[in-house]
Design a protein around this ligand. Sequence first.
Ligand code: UDX
Length: 463
Amino acid sequence: MSNISFKTLSPQVQIPVSTVRPFNIAVAGTGYVGLVSGVCMAHRGHRVTCVDIDEKKIALMLKGISPIYEQDLEALMQLNKERLTYTMDYKNAYKNADVIFIGVGTPEQPDGSANMFYIANVARQIAETIEKDCLIVVKSTVPVGTNDKVEQFIQDFLVHDVKAEVASNPEFLAQGTAVRDTLEAPRIIIGTDSDKAEETLQAVYEPFGLPIVSVSRRSAEMIKYAANNFLALKVSYMNDIANLCELVGADIEDVARGMGYDSRIGSNFLHAGIGFGGSCFPKDTKALDYLATLHGYELRTVKAAIDVNKDQKVLLYQKACKRLITFNGLKAAVLGLTFKPGTDDLREAPALENINLLLAQGANIYAYDPIGSENCKNIIPETGTEQDRGKYKGKINYVNSAEEALEGANVCFIFTEWDEIKAVLPKDYKKLMRTPLVYDGRNIYDVNEMQENGVEYYSIGRA
Ligand code: UDX
């Protein structure tokens, strides 16, 4: 069981459970959005049934184990176990629910659009199951207009004579801080097209004691995309400026610090690096671009953010290619695999693309990540699959410490700013590596300090 650290949450969100009017809530999907939302709603006093089609995940959760790595989640699952149920039996879960939240995935399709298969599947199951009036709340990130379609779809498949309304309630949690982000959200967006739906959602969120912004369904759907795309743009903008900083002899860290004092800009999300990854920004930028194109509009700013990010992810690899004659037979230390610290998620992680490039060039990779190695082994196996064997010339080994990865290495790439990786001192690179050549995608170190310690150091946006 992880340490219960939610005592650090601000006191105003610790509302006693007894003050709550509890709802019977079902949550479809137990991924980062569904499970965290369900557990937090139980923590705020509601009775929650989490539904998933994955038998293994359900078995784990029934034992009080979280299937995903997320700070405080397992602790809250255990603390609220009398209000939480986990099941594959969606019929029972939906039949008795006052409110059903849909938190299933909307993965990216080859053309950039969001895949609505899972949403539609759940919507149909709900329509064919519910026996009393019910509010269906779409939490998954969906293209503008999807709530209308979901409502119509449910209407088309309803079996019993009941009223099923649909509301939008996008989720803004970030992985690694998902529980805190949910319990201390700066705002909750509810998108409804009827007073009844609005009242119900207001009542569900009342015990959270957080500001609620109530808008139309379409505006709510757009707020989610607009917010995520804005953040992605902010990151790509800083990466773009960082690349120019290198050319003109400025330092992006100083530039970001100077910019951040302006309250109109703010100091968050100004970190230049190896590009954004994860399950949201890459997918949501492409989905919004697709949506705009569908309506005959060219979203030029978002297109630029996507383009910059694509190049940014392989920037360090390209720099290393200019410096080294070959990767073939070199020992390459890879520090950090997940798309950011605090999560076990590798979706769109810059490390993956770079590892594949290095393997294709024959590098002998020693990879370290405090949490993500197991998941990475499923994507890039240590031994290589039958299928991979002909493809990769190099080899990957997953090791248990940064030091082990660095021992005798010819080159090192840093892709995730985990504390365990930040703890490696500049002198350790010099001491452990055969050639102290470091490419840092997260600007962890001071350039001068690395130089003083005899490390040949390349980072982002700094001379
Ligand atoms: C994001 C949004 O923050 C969240 O509100 C939404 O619900 C889902 O998408 P998440 O994908 O978990 O959350 O991670 P986030 O912390 O936002 O970082 C996204 C990516 O941007 C990461 O790859 C991160 O390394 C990168 N990033 C972030 C930067 O490169 N620089 C920054 O300054 C901030």
